[in-house]
Design a protein around this ligand. Structure first.
Ligand SMILES: [Cu+2]
Length: 151
């Protein structure tokens, strides 16, 4: 008469196989529902990168007056509250754009041909203005202001 002897090793192998099958079964249904598995989700420590450029518009009024407008492009960026973002500002037009971000102690300068990296992380929701100090006032020129929307 043959006996099937269950050793500790056999039991462990059986349990391991059962756990893998059950995990695979639930994993399959999670993925089927369109959820991202946890290991593919963006971790809180990852830093998103946003590229911005400075652009310049030239035009002439009917009476021959030159108009030049400097802009940040894109003019508005969106951040999640607490999200870490590295903002790369590439100066393609205009010489120097010293800037500050209203309501923060963030400031810097963007020089033509160069790239300035600005690390961002906001704990308060709101709209923060990225203001070029050279092109800040409506009296002298058309303001060069970008908007950072945090929510
Ligand atoms: Cu400027």
């Amino acid at each position: 008469m043959n006996f099937f002897v269950v050793t500790k090793k056999t039991l462990l192998l059986f349990l391991t196989t059962a756990i893998i099958l059950v995990a695979g079964f639930f994993g399959y249904f999670l993925l089927k529902q369109g959820d991202l598995p946890v290991w593919l989700q963006q971790s809180n420590d990852s830093i998103r990168e946003i590229d911005m450029i400075t652009i310049e518009f030239h035009t002439k009024t009917k009476d021959g007056k030159d108009l030049v407008v400097q802009r940040w492009d894109p003019g508005t960026i969106f951040l999640e509250k607490g999200e870490k973002v590295n903002l790369y500002i590439n100066a393609t037009n205009g010489e120097d754009h010293p800037f500050h971000i209203e309501g923060t102690d963030i400031s810097g300068i963007v020089k033509k041909g160069g790239t300035t990296m600005v690390p961002l992380q906001f704990e308060e929701e709101g709209t923060y203005r990225l203001i070029c100090d050279t092109h800040a006032h409506r009296d002298h020129s058309i303001p060069m202001i970008g908007y950072i929307v945090v929510d």
